[in-house]
Design a protein around this ligand. Structure first.
Ligand code: ADP
Ligand code: MG
Length: 148
């Protein structure tokens, strides 16, 4: 549970320390839950200016270069799931960077190696954050695999 935007970014910074080239992070949660905020924390942890991170709107995938890993940031909100077939998102992440995806439920196939981050709005300033692996059965929208 985090009580502020700053705390959410701190959680993301911690996660970023465990990421390696080729890793994919799926960010699920309602509008305003803090997905983009979380990506800013990932950026910071990867040595990228978090102010560079904005919600990709017309550009589907943003690319932020830091000292180490490149951060790719996709927001699939406006996409039909069939359109994601052609994006090659799985391939993008594999080489030099980390791929963070907002609204991963739009993806047409699952990414079993991905890290799943689920953000839930508790109130104005609090968010419940659950981090797990897709292969462990944690899907972005399903919480049945989680202890409560
Ligand atoms: P999303 O990308 O999921 O739509 P954003 O990250 O763009 O969400 O926006 C989250 C909003 O919620 C921001 O205005 C942020 O300041 C606010 N907020 C309040 N509390 C928190 C928190 N604990 N963690 C993350 N964001 C928070
Ligand atoms: Mg967003």
């Amino acid at each position: 549970m985090t009580a502020s935007e700053e705390e959410t970014q701190a959680v993301a910074r911690e996660l970023s320390a465990t990421l390696r080239a080729g890793d994919v992070v799926l960010l699920s949660g309602d509008l305003g839950a803090g997905k983009t905020t979380f990506v800013r924390g990932l950026a910071e942890g990867l040595g990228i200016d978090p102010r560079e991170v904005s919600s990709p709107t017309f550009t589907l995938v943003h690319e932020y270069r830091g000292n180490g890993l490149t951060l790719y940031h996709a927001d699939l909100y406006r996409l039909e799931s069939t359109a994601t077939d052609d994006l090659g998102l799985e391939e993008i992440g594999v080489k030099d960077g980390v791929l963070a995806i907002e609204w991963p439920d739009r993806l047409s196939h699952e990414l079993p190696r991905a890290t799943v981050v689920r953000l839930e709005m508790v109130n104005d300033s609090s968010r419940r954050i659950t981090i797990g692996s897709a292969s462990a059965g944690l899907t972005p929208s399903d919480n049945s695999a989680l202890p409560s």
